[in-house]
Design a protein around this ligand. Structure first.
Ligand SMILES: Cc1cc2nc3c(=O)[nH]c(=O)nc-3n(C[C@H](O)[C@H](O)[C@H](O)COP(=O)(O)OP(=O)(O)OC[C@H]3O[C@@H](n4cnc5c(N)ncnc54)[C@H](O)[C@@H]3O)c2cc1C
Length: 661
């Protein structure tokens, strides 16, 4: 009998599907990497029974992975929700407060959390510790059954039983993927990434550093292990032979090479961990779902780690699937393809955009031509001198991790060189899918070019002229890409109008993500009525956010307004504790103002209190892509991120039209 017999979701290609034992798991997750464990825990939270198949390494095994991952705010929120983040030892997480990026011709680009008004640009997390905590969590999670991986080489077919769902999280070398008839296009870079840990003589002060060379990319990520305050995680991508030679070199030779690559910017770095290398490639599955199955994480897409995005993308896949499952119609089965298509659709544009950014950036810096070298460095320098544009870019990139801040920014500025590489990564250029009806010959030509060349890209919901001559806008849900009128070049990034300095892309996305004010769940908000309370303003706010405190003080001066504050604890565990204490106080509105304006701590909530509103608020914010605090929502559904002086809030309130009045 096949050793997959205990797996309800797959069966041997030739054999009969095993009968589903009563009460057995309804979802099978193959692969117990971080993405597999995260999806198992996320679905189990919804009360869905999950069988997790993997290598079943003991949870207490010494962490073997020397990597440090740069994780973004969205990944952190997911890990908080599945109760993994707070279980990480303190030295396994370091906040990135500043980022220094250097080009290969003297260019510099700098970002700071303080200037952007965020708690941190990203968090550097110990890969081994994260995996270990995840494995521990799945062992003790209700609804999760941990099983050893199934062995054997049979072909797989999706289950005929749509009640069940198979999630493949086997990483980029997934075998079952092939058996499902999925083609995984691999474009090796010929580069390897070398990872290790080093200790510096001076404190890192939360500063991440990255050197974009030709062709190496080196990142020193601030870390607190082994020496708190002085350690860095190293991720260095370079040609395979050089990586292997450096991995095998003595400590002294390696330290010397690092000294040269960094120009001594961090002092004399000392090796503090083993060195390991990983071959790098761009990879993408031509299909990520089918009846009863779905691919998540590296099984679906693999990107160059120069932007530290692979795991962030995988965790975003998990968040999208969990959201779709939580919101599914009661009559839909877990394996219903329509359901899986919804989750997959949400992920296509961001995944494609990130693959384009990392691949484009890699090619941009790998290009040997002196003109390209000059352009890329000028682009970085120029961006560094444009605080408004930097802020706009980083505001948009807030969901990305540390290296992606640089990647997004430099890529956008280097847009002048975009014509140097063709539309999207090479894997995206050999496809086939039907186009939709078009209202003009040009739209039809664009749709056809996309369908012929990039069939894995879903049909755009809308193709319309962009505000730039010769450019068209492609809308996928609330994601925007641009394309030229022949459909030859796909462009990802913001369009900035130079006269007004307006970010036209952000404005468009703001419109698309506008919130239906009247439909907001006001019962989950703290309500403060000032004067007649006739005008209404919603604010998503975190009790630990400095800008929210300033905003709250200013909002007090407004007359005739009702303020609805949705506690949105996204900045850390302490934010959740404070939010709970405020929400559970006898008078939440008073506790909120006492804390935000007077700095008086709310009393610790004792005993029973229903604080589930906080979880609902987090889900609500995520659904509407509220990525920073404070975020205000006006009665006409428009939103504004940031703290504004009272005069500006007055202007916003009068400009907004109440659809009901
Ligand atoms: C040097 C380097 C640095 C990186 N830095 C970052 C970063 O800073 N930020 C970031 O977001 N990403 C980063 N990444 C990317 C990140 O490592 C990957 O995207 C992430 O690990 C993918 O997770 P996964 O769970 O999808 O796959 P994997 O980590 O590959 O896990 C797959 C798991 O499935 C198991 N498995 C395989 N086959 C089977 C089977 N048949 N049955 C059961 N189990 C099976 C495997 O044993 C493994 O445990 C980096 C990558 C590299 C190489």
């Amino acid at each position: 009998m096949s050793n997959h017999a205990n797996d309800p979701n797959i069966r041997a290609g030739r054999g009969a599907a095993p009968a589903m034992p009563a009460g057995s798991a309804t979802v099978t997750v193959r692969g117990d990497g971080i993405v597999g464990c995260a999806v198992a825990l996320s679905l189990a939270r919804l009360g869905i029974a999950v069988q997790l198949q993997g290598d079943s390494k003991p949870a207490t095994a010494a962490p073997a992975d020397v990597r440090t991952y740069a994780l973004n705010a969205a990944s952190r929120t997911l890990l908080q929700q599945i109760k993994v983040w707070d279980a990480l030892p303190p030295q396994a997480v370091t906040a990135v407060l500043d980022m220094h990026i250097q080009g290969d011709d003297g260019a510099q680009l700098e970002f700071s959390a303080w200037q952007q008004g965020v708690e941190a640009l990203a968090w550097i997390v110990d890969a081994g510790a994260l995996e270990s905590v995840m494995r521990q969590a799945v062992r003790y999670a209700p609804h999760v059954q941990v099983m050893p991986r199934a062995t054997g080489g049979e072909a797989y077919t999706a289950a005929a039983d749509p009640r069940h769902l198979l999630l493949l999280c086997e990483g980029k070398d997934s075998q079952a993927r092939q058996s499902l008839g999925v083609h995984f296009d691999k474009q090796p870079y010929g580069h390897h990434a070398l990872a290790t840990r080093v200790v510096a003589p001076a404190p890192h002060a939360g500063t991440a550093r990255q050197w974009f060379g030709h062709p190496d990319v080196l990142a020193l990520l601030p870390f607190d292990d082994p020496t708190p305050g002085n350690s860095y995680g190293v991720v260095w991508s370079m040609p395979a032979e050089k990586a292997q030679a450096l991995a095998a070199a003595g400590d002294e030779a390696f330290e010397h090479a690092l000294q040269e690559a960094t120009g001594g910017a961090c002092g004399a770095l000392r090796v503090a961990g083993p060195r390991r290398t990983w071959p790098l490639m761009l990879g993408r599955a031509d299909r990520v779902h089918g009846p009863g199955w779905m691919l998540l994480g590296d099984s679906a897409h693999a990107v160059h780690p120069l932007a530290g995005q692979g795991l962030n993308l995988g965790l975003a896949d998990v968040a999208a699937l969990a959201r779709v499952m939580a919101e599914r119609e009661p009559w839909r089965d877990l394996g219903d393809e329509k359901l899986l298509a919804r989750a997959a659709r949400e992920r296509v544009a961001p995944t494609l955009a990130m693959a384009g950014v990392t691949d484009g950036l890699w090619h941009l810096f790998a290009h040997p031509h002196p003109l390209v070298r000059s352009l890329r460095n000028r682009g970085m320098n120029l961006l560094n001198q444009l605080p408004l544009l930097k802020r706009s870019l980083t505001k948009r990139a807030i969901g990305l991790s540390v290296a992606a801040w640089c990647a997004t920014a430099a890529f956008a500025v280097a847009a002048g060189t975009a014509a140097l590489w063709p539309a999207g990564p090479a894997w995206a250029q050999a496809n086939s899918a039907a186009g939709a009806s078009a209202s003009s010959p040009q739209e039809a030509a664009i749709r056809k070019a996309l369908a012929d060349r990039m069939p894995s890209l879903p049909k755009p919901d809308e193709v319309q002229r962009a505000p730039v001559p010769g450019l068209w806008e492609l809308r996928f849900g609330t994601e925007i890409l641009y394309i030229d009128d022949k459909g030859d070049f796909l462009i990802s990034g913001p369009v900035i109008e130079t006269r007004s300095r307006k970010d036209l892309t952000a404005e468009r996305i703001d419109k698309l993500t506008a919130i239906q004010f009247a439909a907001l769940p006001f019962k989950d908000a703290i309500v403060i009525k000032q004067g007649s309370g006739a005008r209404k303003l919603v604010v998503f706010s975190d009790p630990n956010c400095g800008f929210c405190k300033r905003y709250e003080r200013d909002l007090m001066s407004l007359k005739d307004v009702t303020l609805y504050t949705f506690l949105y604890p996204i900045l850390g565990k302490d934010s959740q504790d404070k939010s709970r204490n405020i929400w559970c106080a006898a008078d939440p509105a008073k506790a909120w103002r006492d804390w935000m304006v007077e700095g008086r701590m709310p009393p610790v909530a004792m005993g029973k209190c229903d604080a589930s509103a906080l979880e609902r608020n987090t889900a609500l914010g995520q659904k509407h892509r509220v990525e920073s605090t404070p975020t205000s929502v006006l009665e006409d559904g428009t939103r504004r991120s940031g703290a504004f002086p009272p005069a500006e809030v007055e202007r916003m309130l009068s400009a907004s039209k109440n659809p009901k009045s």
